[in-house]
Design a protein around this ligand. Sequence first.
Ligand SMILES: *[C@@H]1O[C@H](CO)[C@@H](O)[C@H](O)[C@H]1NC(C)=O
Ligand SMILES: *[C@@H]1O[C@H](CO)[C@@H](O)[C@H](O)[C@H]1NC(C)=O
Ligand SMILES: *[C@@H]1O[C@H](CO)[C@@H](O)[C@H](O)[C@H]1NC(C)=O
Ligand SMILES: *[C@@H]1O[C@H](CO)[C@@H](O)[C@H](O)[C@H]1NC(C)=O
Ligand SMILES: *[C@@H]1O[C@H](CO)[C@@H](O)[C@H](O)[C@H]1NC(C)=O
Ligand SMILES: *[C@@H]1O[C@H](CO)[C@@H](O)[C@H](O)[C@H]1NC(C)=O
Ligand SMILES: *[C@@H]1O[C@H](CO)[C@@H](O)[C@H](O)[C@H]1NC(C)=O
Ligand SMILES: *[C@@H]1O[C@H](CO)[C@@H](O)[C@H](O)[C@H]1NC(C)=O
Ligand SMILES: *[C@@H]1O[C@H](CO)[C@@H](O)[C@H](O)[C@H]1NC(C)=O
Ligand SMILES: *[C@@H]1O[C@H](CO)[C@@H](O)[C@H](O)[C@H]1NC(C)=O
Ligand SMILES: *[C@@H]1O[C@H](CO)[C@@H](O)[C@H](O)[C@H]1NC(C)=O
Length: 870
Amino acid sequence: MDSIKFRKGCYWWDLQHLLCIVMLCLSRADVRLCQDACDLCKCTLDNFRQWHVDCSNRSLNSSIVPTVYPNLTVSLNFSNNPIGVLLNSSFSKLHTLQILDVSYAYLHEVEHQAFDGLYKLEFLDISHNQLEISNKSISVRHVRDLMSLKVLKMNYNAKSIARTDICYPDEALGRVTSLQTLFLDGLINSTFGLGFRNLENLTTLILSGEKKVGHCRLDTISSYMFKNVPHIQSLIIRECHVEHIAEEAFSPLSNLSLLDLSGNTKLTIDGAAISFQGLKKTSIRVLKLNNIYPDFSIGVRIKKEHIQMLRNTSITEMEFSGNKVEIVDSQTFGVMPINLTKLNVSRNRFLMGDYLLHASLLKNLTSCDASYQFFSQLNSMSFRKRDISSFQDTTQLTMIKWINLTIQVPENLKVANFSRSKLAFPVLNFRVGNNTVEYLDASYSMLYNWTGPVVGFDSLLYLDLSNNHCSELSFQFFDYLPRLLTLIVSNNLLGIAISRDEDGRIFQNLNSLQHLDLSNNRISSMNENIFRGLVSIQTLNISNNLLDIFLVNIDHMKNLRILDLSQNMLQVVRYPVRIALESIASKTTEKVYVNISYNQLRCMCSTLKFMIWVRDTNTNVVGMKSCMLANGTKTSFLNRNDMIRYIDNLDKECMSKLGLILGATIGISLAVIIVVVGIVYRYRWKLRYLYYMTMNKSKGYHPIGDPDTDNDFVYDAFISFADEDREFVRDVMLKKLEHERGMRLCVSFRDFIPGREIASNIIEAIHNSRKTVMLLTENFLLSKWCVYEFQMAFQESIHSGRDAFIVILYEDIPTEQIYRVMDMKVVFQSNSYIEYPRVSRSDGNEQALDMFWDRCTKSIKESGYSTTRL
Ligand SMILES: *[C@@H]1O[C@H](CO)[C@@H](O)[C@H](O)[C@H]1NC(C)=O
Ligand SMILES: *[C@@H]1O[C@H](CO)[C@@H](O)[C@H](O)[C@H]1NC(C)=O
Ligand SMILES: *[C@@H]1O[C@H](CO)[C@@H](O)[C@H](O)[C@H]1NC(C)=O
Ligand SMILES: *[C@@H]1O[C@H](CO)[C@@H](O)[C@H](O)[C@H]1NC(C)=O
Ligand SMILES: *[C@@H]1O[C@H](CO)[C@@H](O)[C@H](O)[C@H]1NC(C)=O
Ligand SMILES: *[C@@H]1O[C@H](CO)[C@@H](O)[C@H](O)[C@H]1NC(C)=O
Ligand SMILES: *[C@@H]1O[C@H](CO)[C@@H](O)[C@H](O)[C@H]1NC(C)=O
Ligand SMILES: *[C@@H]1O[C@H](CO)[C@@H](O)[C@H](O)[C@H]1NC(C)=O
Ligand SMILES: *[C@@H]1O[C@H](CO)[C@@H](O)[C@H](O)[C@H]1NC(C)=O
Ligand SMILES: *[C@@H]1O[C@H](CO)[C@@H](O)[C@H](O)[C@H]1NC(C)=O
Ligand SMILES: *[C@@H]1O[C@H](CO)[C@@H](O)[C@H](O)[C@H]1NC(C)=O
């Protein structure tokens, strides 16, 4: 601190010498210099152009106290500095100061004129120091100028608490008539002296300690303690070791409206109840008796006698939290303050019992906090049981069977909180009586089985059943909540129940519901119609589940504004959902948010449509922060623009890829087709042969003969010829071979079965004939059917292994022409043909012809099985 001292004479002023020329700071020229002082302290200017100077925790001591803007500073915080002694006139130039905080300043002395000049001061905090607060040490001189002071905090001053011979500085404080709120340490056996009578505006008195520090120690509150402070309205005596309170202790406080006796752990309800007599004379509205039992105490029972004094008080609000209460006498509800509207009985150990059925007597109760039951530090069953069995008048403590039960609820109750209680019973079928409950919190209560139905909560708007480990949800459980707006069932195990609900039964009657929280329920699948009934829904939270596909009908959710799908395992948002969201968003001017963060989103060509939707949609897609690429690596987006750029690139990439894939596919298909066509073409005859063979076989045209024996052919020969050569066949061939040489011939015009396919007839004929005789002419080569017959016969040869055909070369045909027919070359090169004698036509050489026909016959009759296969 040495380095800063007395620079330019104006920054700092010595408290002792008051040398600083404050005026300088106020002249325009030096405003800058003054502002430099703010380097050390934090100065803020408020809307009224007044300065607030915060010099707390700057290691300043009494000789160095910076000051700035003397006539403009309204608040000065000096706390947490090692000041030690507060010197005279330290703040005398700060005429406008309203708030001064010198707490935690190691003060052991305040000089008599230290607060001089603080005419406007309204708030003074000298708490947490080492001052002695007594008539001796706080003098009238100290407070001479504090004519505006409203709030004075002088508690937590170590020196006073240790002494028993001192009493509150009533002489000095009695002069501060403007005082409204006073914080003091609780001094044992000390009373508020006559001086306090002047403090007409003193309405709030806080004697409050902290367990660890122990700055409040009252032991006993006597009947005359508050005699001189009759204007008190709020009296807070928290953690002051109060053990006894005189019967009439509070009766002088006719204006008393709030009394807080919490944290006096030796008081107990018995001790507090004594003072209730005096409370009847006050205008008490709020009574707080939290934690008035020691940490390790046995269960507490509230009796009628404890409470009945309060019956006709004006109490509207009571707190009785953290008191190990296990049971309340049934009659107690009948003597509770008649105007009681708000009751806090949280952190007790209430047991299930018939007495609960009498709670409906609290007709004016609107709010009840019964959370944190069975949550005391010492949660021991043995204590509880022993205590209960010791009750003399045995209250019928039967465990309530929550089946077919009608439970009466205080008729004006609006808010009920049972959260964080170990209720741990199955919620079966029960009914609640007429009620107006709007808000019900039963979270963290181990309600593991929601079978229901629970009937009667007709006014309920808000229901919290989260964190109940519930795995059993019946379809009718939510059926009787017609006005429900908010339903929170997060952190349960409803996944199975929900995936089982195929028709949307569970939520079907929640037609008013606006907010549904289903997060963290291990939901792995949902049926399309699950949310059928949710026509008013605005916020739908399905985050933190196990969904890999979200394909749920949301078309009817016209008011949907937030759909939270985060922390699932979704790869994309599916098309129908996208369409539905678009449609919802297009019908409102409000924003529609979809949260898809922390999923397993995919950025690849197959999900391109989804990506493009994310980019172009008119809904607000939140949380597309990263996604998985096709090769399994994850990419992260810095911001939305980054993402858009990525999608644009992907779009282009996939387009070119699409072309490539398309091209490749077409190319490959073409190649395959060509090869197949080639193969088919190459083997067309074989294929046709096989086809017809199979066809015929399947139709029952079995070959008559066993191909292994030679005899059983229907015909000796099937004559294949062109239509133009029909005459020769009819007139010559049949005559020569059939009539003269006894061959059985098959000719198309005579032996084909009419009405059957030609191709089939041909195959049949070839197959049933020992030989196929081909009358090879130019017409033959031009005829499609002839070529067909040749091919079939050729295939038959190959297939059956017999030498199945004879070619008769009827006329001269150029070899090229013959060879043009497939496989004909093979036949000719193997010389398996017979030439028709050329002479025959000119001179009718009968002998040559006969020889020819004999040869033919011989060929036909020859064994069909040749050693050399064609
Ligand atoms: C105040 O602090 C300064 C600098 O740390 C030191 O030199 C001075 O002795 C202190 N004065 C007192 C009274 O402690
Ligand atoms: C005071 O300041 C020191 C260091 O700046 C800090 O560690 C400490 O927590 C502060 N104490 C209070 C009470 O603000
Ligand atoms: C500061 O206020 C006092 C008293 O109100 C007054 O006498 C003095 O002139 C003011 N100083 C400035 C610079 O305004
Ligand atoms: C008490 O407060 C009232 C109203 O706030 C005020 O008019 C009256 O002057 C105050 N009394 C004293 C002694 O300051
Ligand atoms: C407080 O006063 C009571 C009687 O008024 C006396 O018995 C007790 O000893 C006193 N306690 C102390 C610590 O002075
Ligand atoms: C209860 O409240 C009513 C209406 O607010 C009031 O008239 C009545 O005096 C109160 N009863 C008591 C005992 O304060
Ligand atoms: C409820 O309050 C009214 C007045 O506010 C009172 O008349 C009535 O007795 C109270 N009912 C009960 C059961 O305390
Ligand atoms: C509950 O009531 C239903 C009809 O209201 C009845 O069928 C059923 O037996 C009752 N269950 C019990 C345990 O009383
Ligand atoms: C419940 O209210 C209805 C009509 O509001 C009434 O007919 C019925 O008697 C009431 N039941 C009870 C138990 O108060
Ligand atoms: C829930 O309660 C119903 C009705 O008693 C019972 O059938 C079912 O087995 C219970 N389920 C579980 C998980 O306890
Ligand atoms: C995956 O692909 C991205 C770009 O498409 C590339 O940057 C990354 O290195 C690839 N990762 C692997 C493991 O191949």
